[in-house]
Design a protein around this ligand. Structure first.
Ligand SMILES: O=C(O)CCC(=O)C(=O)O
Ligand SMILES: [Fe+2]
Length: 385
């Protein structure tokens, strides 16, 4: 199957480039006829070795991660060390939250929040550019240094995402459960990025001093069962993620809802495996690695009769770190392609582009900080100058 031809994801027949117009992303698709097939399966990795004392175990895992990152950009991981209780509690609270009366959820509407946190109703975003928008509702919250015992407390206020939470009288355990979930995933991500460092032939602690106030955004998602053709009704349109990597937890549905685009333009279905998280790489990782690690296009369509819930956790290094291409990813054959950038600049444009209805999207130019200046390798924003 070729990639869907929609306004935003146009894989023109005969063309070898997929354009996600709203996101400014292009991906090369190989002509199917060249004989070299793209991936047809998403690898599953046992990641328990990330907690092993033996370097050899960790290197072995890093080799498997490198293979998945360079060929697919997606993997499922098991034995990740997160307790089933934390996961079950998060899904139970998610379900209860989305069952709240519409007016309670609307009180937390993202339009009221300059940091894109809070509630998005059905069809609010239009990531794939389809006429009706995305058939999902969501609740987003960001990193809050108050809940990170391992943070550096050096977070410039411009980076802080101010969260909105439902009142305790309507959702008594929602906030505490979701913060606990975020803390568990943050600990996992800080551990897992060490394996990514090894996979990139870097010292294991290469990223450690860039994680004091990391991006650790959570989006709780509800996709009702949907009908209609793939061009009419979609849960979340074709897109790539923005940050370094995403760790997704999903409820089981008979019909695999998450689909990943391979280089032949085929949507490969990801079958949820019990006890697994999905990990996929984002554009920032692809950029840092000079395109060696792939940030792969994906989408969600919830066919069948089940409600689907998923909780992606978006992870990135400190948003004010100016990141150039990683030294191990520049070679004579693959010279540096990208200028250094901060995740702040990289991600803000993308968030606005996907939310044309957000009041701030219309005044994008005014709300962006003036260009930062770089002092001692650290970008400095206007309020601190
Ligand atoms: O619902 C899912 O499984 C994936 C969600 C996703 O891709 C995203 O929020 O970026
Ligand atoms: Fe995604």
């Amino acid at each position: 199957m070729q990639a869907q031809t929609t306004a935003a994801a146009a894989a023109e027949t005969g063309s070898s480039v997929l354009r996600l117009q709203q996101q400014g992303i292009t991906r090369k698709l190989k002509p199917v006829s060249n004989g070299e097939k793209g991936f047809t399966e998403i690898p599953t990795l046992d990641v328990s070795a990330m907690y092993s004392d033996r370097l050899a175990d960790r290197v072995k895992l890093a080799n498997a991660v490198r293979d998945a990152a360079t060929r697919v950009g997606f993997m499922q991981i098991n034995n990740h060390g997160i307790s089933q209780q934390i996961i079950d509690d998060a899904f139970a609270e998610a379900e209860k939250f989305f069952q709240l009366p519409a007016e309670e959820k609307e009180k937390l509407h993202q339009n009221k929040n300059k940091d894109f946190q809070g509630y998005e109703p059905l069809y609010y975003t239009n990531v794939g550019g389809l006429k009706r928008g995305d058939c999902k509702e969501s609740f987003s919250y960001g990193y809050d240094p108050a809940y990170d015992a391992n943070g550096d407390g050096k977070m410039p206020s411009i980076l802080q995402r101010h969260n909105q939470w439902p009142d305790e009288s309507v959702a008594p355990k929602y906030k505490s459960t979701m913060i606990r979930y975020q803390q568990a995933l943050l600990a996992l991500a800080r551990q897992f990025i060490r394996i990514f460092a090894l996979a990139l032939y870097l010292p294991e602690d290469y990223f450690d001093n860039k994680l004091g106030h990391p991006i650790a955004g959570v989006r709780v998602l509800h996709y009702p069962p949907m009908e209609g053709s793939d061009d009419e009704e979609i849960g979340l349109g074709a897109h790539t993620d923005i940050e370094c990597f995403t760790i997704i937890n999903q409820t089981y549905t008979d019909y695999p809802a998450l689909e990943v685009l391979n280089a032949d333009g085929e949507w490969i279905k990801l079958f949820a495996e019990p006890g697994c998280f999905v990990v996929n790489l984002g554009d920032m990782m692809m950029r840092m690695t000079n395109d060696a690690f792939l940030s792969t296009v994906h989408r969600v369509i919830n066919r069948g009769d089940s409600e689907r819930y998923s909780i992606p956790f978006f992870f990135g290094i400190n948003a004010d770190e100016l990141i150039g291409t990683l030294p191990s990813c520049i070679t004579e054959d693959n010279p540096q392609k990208y200028d250094p950038v901060t995740i702040f600049d990289h991600s803000r444009k993308r968030l606005f582009a996907a939310r044309p209805n957000h009041p701030l999207s219309k005044t994008l130019v005014n709300t962006l900080p003036k260009k930062y200046i770089v002092q001692n390798g650290v970008p400095v924003y206007p309020e601190e100058q």
